[in-house]
Design a protein around this ligand. Sequence first.
Ligand code: HPA
Ligand code: ZN
Length: 326
Amino acid sequence: ISLLDLALGMPKAELHIHIEGSLEPELAFALAQRNGVALPFADVDALRRAYDFEDLQSFLDLYYACAAVLRTEADFHDLMLAYLRRAAADGVVHAEVFFDPQTHTPRGVPFATVLAGLESGAEAARKESGISTRLIPNFLRHLSEEEGFAALAEMAPFIDRIHGFGLDSSERGHPPSKFERLFARCRALGKPVVAHAGEEGPPAYIVEALDLLKVARIDHGVRAVEDAALMARLARERMPLTVCPLSNVRLCVFKDMREHTLPALLKQGLCATINCDDPAYFGGYMGDNIRALQAAFDFDASVWYRLARNSFEASFVDAAQRAAWV
Ligand code: HPA
Ligand code: ZN
């Protein structure tokens, strides 16, 4: 068995996947037709040609435009089931899935509809492959604190069906400190919180996410390598980083996969994990990330085992479930 097949077949968790970012062009056009919604592209090929990003914002503009085709419970079911089938095929046995309520509720799609569709898609996938799922709504950081509190109020009746809260969207100019009070409220509800930090933003944003938001994981965090004291702290605290290699290359965080800082993070003892972020837009799923890393770095088996163990250690499953996997 090759190292690549070993890595692909190894049971693992995926902890950083935006379900709206798994909307493939074919499904986007099918849903646009089903719902009578227009997409600003002539066809699947024209949309795919637009997947040429220079930074995070240029991606987000397209990601939010395409999300407009998601309207019904069935749409969210289909989206979730399609992603989880792809994940299971790459050895993912557990996925903690992000979604963006504030992208849907202002368009008149109730939170209850989004949640019910994602849950039923997850249940269908569980019956097929056994894959388990947790749902983590993200707050959009380009919106205000007040809008974040309004989104949280809308989710409150469903709190038992939510497994944590996150923070995503445009990082630069929207530091974690903007959401200190909102995240305190989320933690008071008994939920773990996570935040995107140090993707495009500076290492100081990672420090804010730790100290002010009191996150259980950092999403991305690859710019931590610019701050030696922060690196030492992340290693000491075993603070997980959900790293997304293909995403970072597609959004020009790194010019080339060979410049990616994942090997440095691992070498310094950080709990780094690998994830697909927005697989429809960034060149693929867990397996595609594994193939790209192996081509760039030729990791040995111990690295792949380490990454898989880190993914379970960083997950929100209980200790008994974790022990069954590790
Ligand atoms: N970064 C920030 N926000 C996002 C991303 C990302 O990679 N994907 C979807 N929303
Ligand atoms: Zn992300």
